[in-house]
Design a protein around this ligand. Structure first.
Ligand code: AMP
Length: 590
């Protein structure tokens, strides 16, 4: 396929925000694609040249892209020819039009160079090259390479290609939409979506999954196994209203572990090579040298994928520190210094892959034995989480209270015979968290969708209130559930301001369902943990909407940002909200 052809599809995708139309257009695009290029196309439609977890950034900000545009069109464009600084002229045009892609398109239209039919693979490989340049002369190489790509592209292609390095190619296409379209393209309906999703959950690599699918069909998908180095989408925990209900779900014998209030870490070990991934599937290896060293020496396996929770502790008093302290370790600078000041312990709680074998299908109790055989409980950096085998609701409450008094967040209850369900919720794990009042209630993880501008004191922060939503798993969309104004400190307002500036988009993102128009929209990316008094029904919001009435949060307050922790699709789901709503109603009646 030519890049020009792909760009025509980008145009069509850009013009709609209806999910069914997106799926339809994508499936037509996929039908035209071959097995060699399908993976690359899957990355490109999400504005990338590699899977999300690979830190393959093109490293070109507006000024460099403008320079490349000036280099490509300077000699031929009447607007740029003869001006003192063609680059400044490009920036001027960009400011006028509001988007660098539009500036490139306009300048490209005026040029007289003959365009070549360059393939998707050709453009992809060049863009990939831009990401990989290192050392002396990198900047010039990046600019020249982008300029050369632009020279051989038509105006519409130029428009889309410049948005890739800038991270502004926002077609609003979610992973689930891509998977539905892949299934539709190959077999004419969406029935293969669950199998595609399973393969995706194991590798987090949509391009890789699409390629396997196009090369080896449904059978190939079923054979996709975990790969050391590709992050596994984490298993998720469910909530239950009380210990009695949990016992009903788990049976009369189940495991209980402390729920550490730190951050999830997946360790991928291949010999002496260690990679760490966050809950969010980001590669965080460089940020935690102490965990890397610990994993090298304290995990007795040739190769493995382990999961655990890292939490800061005070080596003098041997006390765990609150989340606010632990999170200070997530930083880009002074890493070594902070590692000494706030040492982490990694409490491992599961093993997914061991010495060449994917063990996710084994029951929890067997995986736990395997984990015990490679990690010990002593006082080193990598430890194993305490486990107790329990039988009754009374035992849950007792253990829960012990853990709370140790400063931990609560308990995780685990079914003994359950497999590890990558990316899944399925009542294999049940969480019991302490709320601010110390009761067994829970918070809601919402996605930031829009921002209302600030009045009064908040004008200084640019942000007055926030529009937040939850995740609708069935429709792969983000309906709204609340407006949030109170409960944010000045520091948090500033933080929201910074985040929202980066994610600001000019129109409502494709997957957002809202009846409210905020000051501006943001890409659904940031997850915020919110505490509310109650879930109510409201005609204003669209979460779980039936007959014009959706769910809403009453008196919402921000607990914390989960920016580098949860992806938007891991936010609380509409289904969960529905359950919480019903449970709360039951409580009130009794
Ligand atoms: P939540 O983020 O509130 O939905 O709770 C699930 C998170 O609890 C997981 O993603 C882990 O990061 C964390 N966690 C803490 N302790 C454990 C444990 N023992 N087993 C599993 N997850 C745990």
């Amino acid at each position: 396929m030519t890049f020009s052809n792909l760009s025509q599809y980008f145009e069509k995708l850009e013009a709609t925000s209806k999910r069914l139309e997106l799926i339809d257009i994508l499936s037509r695009l996929f039908k035209e694609s071959n097995a060699e290029e399908i993976g690359k196309i899957c990355y490109l439609i999400q504005g990338r040249v590699a899977p999300f977890f690979e830190p393959t950034e093109l490293g070109m900000a507006e000024s460099l892209v403008a320079q490349a545009i000036a280099m490509a069109y300077g000699p031929t464009s009447p607007r740029l020819r003869g001006v003192k600084s063609p680059k400044d002229e490009v920036i001027k045009l960009y400011r006028q039009l509001g988007n660098m892609g539009l500036a490139a398109e306009e300048l490209s239209k005026a040029k007289r160079l003959k365009t070549k039919a360059i393939s998707v693979t050709g453009v992809f490989n060049e863009l990939h090259k831009i990401a990989k340049f290192t050392g002396k002369g990198t900047v010039e190489q990046k600019v020249t390479t982008l300029a050369n790509i632009l020279k051989s592209l038509d105006p519409i292609s130029a428009k889309h290609v410049v948005n890739i390095p800038l991270g502004t190619l926002r077609l609003g296409i979610g992973d689930h939409t891509v998977m539905d379209a892949l299934s539709l393209a190959k077999i004419g309906d969406k029935t293969l979506r669950p199998i595609l999703e399973d393969a995706y959950n194991k590798t987090s690599d949509l391009g890789y999954v699409a390629e396997m699918f196009f090369k080896h069909g449904e059978k190939g998908l079923k054979e996709v196994k975990l790969v050391v180095g590709k992050p596994v989408r984490p298993a998720l925990a469910e909530r239950m209203p009380n210990a009695e209900e949990a016992v009903k779900r788990l049976g009369d014998t189940f495991a209980a572990e402390p729920k550490f209030d730190g951050f999830r870490v997946a360790v991928h070990k291949n010999g002496n090579e260690i990679k760490l991934f966050s809950r969010n599937l980001e590669d965080t290896t460089h940020a935690f040298p102490d965990l890397v060293e610990g994993a090298k020496t304290q995990i007795k396996a040739k190769s493995c994928i382990l999961e655990g929770e890292a939490i800061a502790y005070n080596p003098v008093t041997e006390e765990f520190l609150p989340f606010q302290e632990t999170t200070k370790r997530r930083r880009k600078y002074n890493i070594e210094e902070k590692a000494k000041e706030l040492p982490l312990i990694l409490f491992t709680f599961d093993v997914l892959y061991l010495n060449g074998e994917d063990v996710t299908a084994k029951p929890y109790k067997e995986r736990r034995k395997l984990l015990e055989s490679i990690v010990s409980a002593d006082h080193s950096v990598v430890r194993i989480a305490e486990e107790r085998i329990l039988h009754t609701a009374g035992e849950i409450t007792k253990f829960f209270n012990e853990e709370i008094s140790e400063g931990l967040e609560g308990l995780m209850l685990k079914k003994l015979d359950a497999p590890y369900k990558a990316g899944g919720r399925g009542f294999h794990w049940i969480k019991f968290k302490r709320s601010q009042s110390g009761e067994l209630t829970d918070t809601v993880d919402c996605v930031l969708l829009g921002v209302f501008s600030g009045r009064g004191k908040r004008t200084a922060f640019g942000v007055g209130g926030l529009l937040v939503g939850v995740y609708d798993e069935k429709n792969d969309s983000f309906p709204t559930i609340s407006r949030l104004g109170t409960g944010l400190t000045d520091v948090e307002f500033r933080e929201v301001n910074e985040i929202s500036k980066k994610l600001k988009v000019s129109h409502k993102p494709a997957r957002v369902i809202s009846k409210i128009e905020p000051g501006f929209w943001v890409e659904p990316k940031v997850v915020m943990e919110i505490f509310a008094d109650e879930i109510t029904k409201s005609p204003i919001h669209t979460a779980g909407e039936e007959n014009g009435v959706g769910f809403a949060l009453r008196f919402p307050r921000l607990v914390k940002f989960r920016e580098s922790d949860k992806r938007a699709e891991d936010a609380t789901t509409v289904e969960e909200i529905k359950k919480l709503y019903e449970q709360q109603y039951k409580h009130k009646k009794s």
